[in-house]
Design a protein around this ligand. Sequence first.
Ligand SMILES: Cc1ncc(COP(=O)(O)O)c(C=O)c1O
Length: 350
Amino acid sequence: MRRIDLRSDTVAKPTEAMLDAMRNAELGDEGREGDPTVRRLEALAAEITGKEAALFVVSGTMGNTIALMASARQRGTVLLHEQAHILRSELGALSTLAGLFHRPIAGDRGAMDLDFLRAAIRPSLTSNELPTVVIAMENTHNGAGGTVLSPGHMAAVHDLAGEVGIPVHTDGARLFNAAVALGVPAREVARHSDTISFCLSKGLSAPVGSVIVGSAEVIARAKGYRKMMGGTLRQAGGLAAAGIVALTEGVDRLAEDHANARRLAKGLHAIDPSLANPTSVESNIVMVDLSRTGRVAADWAEKLNDRGLWTAGNPSQIMRLVTHREVTAEDIDQAIKVFATVWDEFMAPV
Ligand SMILES: Cc1ncc(COP(=O)(O)O)c(C=O)c1O
């Protein structure tokens, strides 16, 4: 039985073109003279995002942590959405590694409420409060279900921060999904942020790696922090080579993942409208509401997994499904059938 894996886009394996590029990559010592393939990836990333410089790092978590360390010029508070990945899923790296405090800002569909944000900004250290040292956005927004921040919202946050000279970082783990969903080049999303970290290892299918982009000055500092965090990989060109293929061949096809996510949401909605709202799907993530069945995602995952549909269980009644390069439209139709079977099972009168 072919297993359909909707747990995350991180599960997508490298393409043949990536494996070829990895084998043939020109290598050097990243901690000494530098690795030429890493340099090529960084130059490409900087160009695509319209920034001065870029730095290859191991993961999205490392990218966010290092970007915050390099952006914050003093100890203080990072303002970010209450459901930000940095807050919910990065194990407190913000405080334990970067030495920063945080203040969550409420907001709708991943976008911080601008009035709350404005009210939370502290331009300088006082006897009562820490200064705001970074404002962080997330685009697409994972916790909110792959929602896309509009360029208008990003610009408003950037302007607000600019008024008081505070740098803006964006967790762009799925930056290219945002760009494809908006129908704009990635640099249009990146322009409203001083630093952005994006992942090569999610929808873009590379096996490992993320990139931080920003000004030459901030990236030079980030390079030092990467070393401090043990992130200076020696012949990393093999990994960077896959990243170059990801950026050159992997971006446009993300539209297929978005179409498949909408197809999935429509199919689930047809089983029962409570399960998913197709109009709320903006990229490659579908949030499924299982509450009508009275079961939690872990109960559902067990049944789905037994029938060849691999999903991630959790103790809540919301299940996140993510489409990616290894999931076809036929797989989506099969996934919908499996959902319908389990729905009937859970809803059957006892
Ligand atoms: C929005 C967002 N930011 C950051 C990360 C962290 O990436 P990594 O798993 O490479 O550390 C993820 C991972 O899922 C994510 O969804």
